[in-house]
Design a protein around this ligand. Structure first.
Ligand code: FMN
Length: 169
C-alpha cells in the first residue's frame, strides 16, 4: 500500500464487525508501534492487548463515551515507562507516535481503529491504571480500539494553504 494512501484515507472507525483479529495481525501492529520514532531512541513504551470481553466492558464503565468498546474485538493500551524515560513530555510524544503507527498499520491490514484518550483525563488515567494493575512506573497513555470496519467514514478536504508558513510566520 502507498504510504500516502494510508495517511490520507485512514479514518477513525467506531463500528466493528464481530470478526476476530488474529494474533498475527496484532503482532504486526505491535511491531509497527515498536518501530515508531522515540526521543533518544529510548523506546520507553509497553503495550497491553485486551481481548477479554469483561475487561472491555470494565473499560467502557470508566470511559462511557467510548461506545465503540461494546463492539471492539481487541484493543491495545499504549503505555509509557517513566523508569526508562524520565521526561514525561517525551513519553507522551513517543506514545503518540506509537499510537499512530498502530492505527496506520491497522489500516494497512484492513482493520478499523480509534484512538481513545486515556492520559487526557486524570480520573480516566487513575481508573485505567488501577483496572490494569499497572506498576507505579507505567503510565497509561491511549487505548486503540480495533475491529474490522462496519462503517465507511469520509472526511472533508483538510489540506489548507493558509496553515503553511515558510521560514518565518
Ligand atoms: C489525542 C487523541 C484523543 C482522541 N480521543 C478520542 C476519544 O476519546 N474518543 C473517540 O471517539 N475518538 C478519539 N480520538 C479520535 C478523533 O476524534 C479523530 O482522530 C478525529 O475526529 C479525526 O478523525 P479521523 O481520525 O477519522 O481523521 C482521539 C484522537 C486523538 C489524536
Amino acid at each position: 500500500m502507498e504510504i500516502q494512501e494510508a495517511l490520507l484515507n485512514r479514518r477513525s472507525i467506531r463500528k466493528y464487525k464481530a470478526q476476530q483479529i488474529s494474533g498475527e495481525n496484532i503482532n504486526k501492529m505491535l511491531k509497527a508501534a515498536m518501530y515508531a520514532p522515540s526521543a533518544m531512541n529510548t523506546q520507553a513504551w509497553q503495550f497491553v492487548v485486551v481481548d477479554n470481553k469483561q475487561t472491555m466492558m470494565d473499560i467502557f464503565k470508566i470511559i462511557p463515551h467510548a461506545e465503540m468498546l461494546k463492539q471492539t474485538v481487541k484493543a491495545i493500551l499504549v503505555c509509557g515507562d517513566v523508569s526508562v524515560e524520565k521526561n514525561e513530555t517525551w513519553i507522551l510524544e513517543n506514545c503518540s507516535a506509537a499510537t499512530q503507527n498502530i492505527q496506520l498499520s491497522a489500516y494497512g491490514l484492513g482493520i478499523g481503529s480509534c484512538w481513545i484518550s486515556v492520559y487526557g483525563s486524570e480520573d480516566t488515567f487513575k481508573k485505567i491504571k488501577s483496572l490494569f494493575n499497572l506498576p507505579e512506573n507505567i503510565i497509561p497513555f491511549s487505548l486503540v480500539s480495533l475491529g474490522y470496519p462496519d462503517e465507511e467514514v469520509k472526511t472533508e478536504e483538510r489540506f489548507k494553504e493558509e496553515k503553511i508558513h515558510f521560514n518565518k510566520w
